[in-house]
Ligand binder design. Structure first.
Ligand code: C2G
Length: 145
């Protein structure tokens, strides 16, 4: 039984890569999804999609078996016991930050390499910079017309 935590705003292939590799480590994957309040009050993140929308998206992913709310930084130890977790997985931007979980609960803690070049912040930046993200050749645009 595997668990991972995150905001998963503007779901993208970096998130999917993480979830696919996490699921491969077991046969049941729980995603603890940061609530809007937790994002705003503790992570100072304003998400584009609300918790309900982000939950709906995650529940549509074949690798995800259950989505629960992440309400604070301190619920992890209890979550490990409550959901009988074997392995905790996070991207390696968190390397070392959750080692205490294995000391406290004996579960395995794994940090997986992040997918390069993609992040919600980068998507927002590119869109705001009004850079023509997609290049259309004339034939495509004619077909669209
Ligand atoms: N991720 C990734 N590659 C990317 C972007 C994200 O592997 N290009 C991973 C992150 O490392 C994380 C997960 O996808 O494991 C979710 O990313 P975020 O939504 O940014 O999660 P974060 O805000 O870091 O929340 O208590 C832990 C926090 O809730 C983690």
């Amino acid at each position: 039984r595997i668990i991972t935590y995150g905001t998963f705003d503007m779901l993208h292939y970096g998130h999917i890569n993480l979830l696919r590799r996490a699921k491969k480590m077991g046969d049941y994957l729980i995603v603890a999804l940061s609530t809007d309040e937790f994002n705003w009050n503790s992570k100072h993140k304003k998400t584009y999609f609300t918790y309900d929308k982000r939950k709906q998206l995650l529940e549509a992913i074949r690798y995800v078996d259950l989505v629960i709310p992440e309400k604070n930084w301190d619920q992890k130890v209890n979550d490990m016991k409550l959901y009988q977790i074997d392995t905790f997985v996070m991207g390696d931007d968190w390397t070392g930050k959750f080692d205490y979980l294995s000391e406290k609960t004996g579960i395995k803690v794994v940090y997986l390499p992040r997918t390069p070049e993609i992040s919600t912040t980068q998507i927002k930046k590119d869109l705001n910079s009004r850079k023509p993200v997609l290049k259309h050749d004339s034939s495509t645009s004619k077909r669209e017309r």
